[in-house]
Design a binder for this molecule. Structure first.
Ligand code: PLP
Length: 432
């Protein structure tokens, strides 16, 4: 008979105490719970690509399933070469395979970079949900920089200058994500140049999170690395453009000047994840080397995302929401501030309360702006417009209407759940 079990001491690291699970995963769990109870839920919370992994890449994974050895900590040399070539093909950014490190998702790489570089984190409000909790776990200061809707919620060079000027020699990491999660907006070239000037003046380490770069709806993504090459680390991976979030493969491309940071990251990687999964790395070579089929896959992915966005933005605006037209990715970031008075009358004062009420009363799952660093009383939410049958919609666009814009009729016919979700929200807002 086992003896009575003693209660163990609970002694969490203070930086981790009180940290909730990632907001995105939490809403997904709540939605799943509602589905188990037989409720209809429109899953617009989790930002996952709706599209399948391209067939050739899946085939490459099958062929390499038996690869079982640990790989070099910085990644498979052929893959590092493919990643470097890929960046040159799409962006004309020159790098060598030695500048590349592969990790189990760019999220992990961003975390390790924040760990090895001692500096404050600067991010615009709103920003992706994980940057700030990562900094908190490590014990770094986070500087949230306010932005405004007139400026499509983008970081302004003037604001960045003000922060840096207050203590010019302070080490800092700035993360710039474009096309952005949660807004879908990107930066025009002149804005990137101005931001690059400030970054150079204060020698900040700039993480350019370009994970949605290939999902720029018009294929016009531009990297800030053109204008601040010596201080920019380009972050990307397979998760979004290749529909392979669950494969867990991320990439960083460093400038030569920051090779010491890459090496420091590799030391930490060797003591933590060791190396990214071998079969996935082998398969990723096919993805990054590209092919005419992968080009087509991307072309149609962009067309679909662009077509859906234009229909949904209009529906959102009809509901009285204010929002920018996204340039890329699969997100919308509406501001429901115009409904504030009516919402207040129903006891809804914050973006979280708004999202809870929407989930409960319409079954539509969104993420509150609060999770992206917005002040709680600003009534914004992120919509991930991915609740449609990605493989089937891709097949239809590719085979049945391969040219031109995909308009309202296509979206209504092929993405009925999205339309239904938006109609439900419309009815809810008009009944306030
Ligand atoms: N950066 C942004 C802006 C994201 O939206 C995500 C995923 O949602 C990531 C990074 C992390 O991607 P992964 O770790 O799958 O490479």
């Amino acid at each position: 008979m086992p003896g009575k079990r003693e209660k163990l001491n609970v002694n969490l690291n203070l930086n981790v105490r009180g940290l909730a699970p990632s907001a995105t995963l939490a809403i997904n769990e709540k939605s799943n719970e509602m589905i188990r109870q037989g409720r209809t839920v429109y899953k617009l919370g989790l930002g996952q690509s709706p599209f399948p992994v391209p067939e050739q890449v899946v085939e490459a994974l099958k062929i390499n399933a038996s690869k079982k050895d640990y790989l070099p900590v910085k990644g498979l040399p052929e893959l590092r070469e493919a990643v470097s070539g890929f960046k040159y093909r799409y962006q004309k950014i020159k790098s060598s395979p030695e500048d590349v490190i592969i990790g189990p998702g760019s999220k992990e790489l961003i975390f390790i970079l924040q760990l090895v570089y001692y500096g404050d984190l600067i991010i615009p409000t709103p920003s992706w949900v994980s940057y700030s909790p990562q900094a908190r776990i490590i014990g770094r200061n986070v500087n949230w920089v306010p932005t405004s809707p007139d400026n499509n919620w983008r970081l302004s060079p003037e604001r960045l200058e003000l922060i840096c000027r207050s203590d010019p020699d302070r080490p800092r990491i700035v993360i710039l994500n474009y096309p952005a999660n949660p807004t879908g907006c990107t930066y025009p070239r002149d804005r990137l140049k101005k931001l690059a000037e400030v970054a150079r003046r204060y020698r900040v380490v700039l993480i350019s999170d370009e994970i949605y770069g290939l999902l720029h709806h018009k294929d016009r993504h531009q990297s800030i690395a053109h204008y601040y090459p010596e201080g920019t680390i380009i972050s990307s991976g397979l998760s979004k453009w290749c529909g392979a979030g669950g494969w867990r493969l991320g990439t960083f491309i460093f400038p030569r000047e920051l090779r010491w940071l890459l090496d420091a990251m590799a030391s930490v990687a060797s003591e933590t994840f060791t190396a990214t999964s071998a079969p996935i790395q082998y398969a990723a070579i096919t993805a990054f080397n590209g092919s005419p089929e992968i080009e087509q896959y991307l072309f149609h992915s962009r067309r679909i995302l662009r077509g859906i966005a234009s229909v949904l933005v209009e529906m959102m605006r009809d509901m009285g929401a204010e929002l920018p037209v996204p340039d890329g990715a699969f997100y919308l970031f509406p501001d429901f501030g115009k409904h504030r008075e009516m919402l207040n009358r129903r006891g809804i004062y914050t973006s979280s309360e708004l999202c809870s009420a929407l989930l409960e009363e319409t079954g539509v799952a969104l993420l509150p702006g609060l999770d992206f660093g917005m002040p709680p009383e600003i009534l914004t939410a992120r919509i991930a417009y991915v609740d449609f049958d990605g493989p089937e919609v891709l097949r239809k666009a590719w085979q049945e209407s391969p040219e031109g814009e995909l308009g309202k009729a296509f979206v209504k016919e092929n993405c009925p759940r999205l339309i239904e979700a938006f109609e439900k929200m419309g009815t809810w807002f008009s009944g306030l």
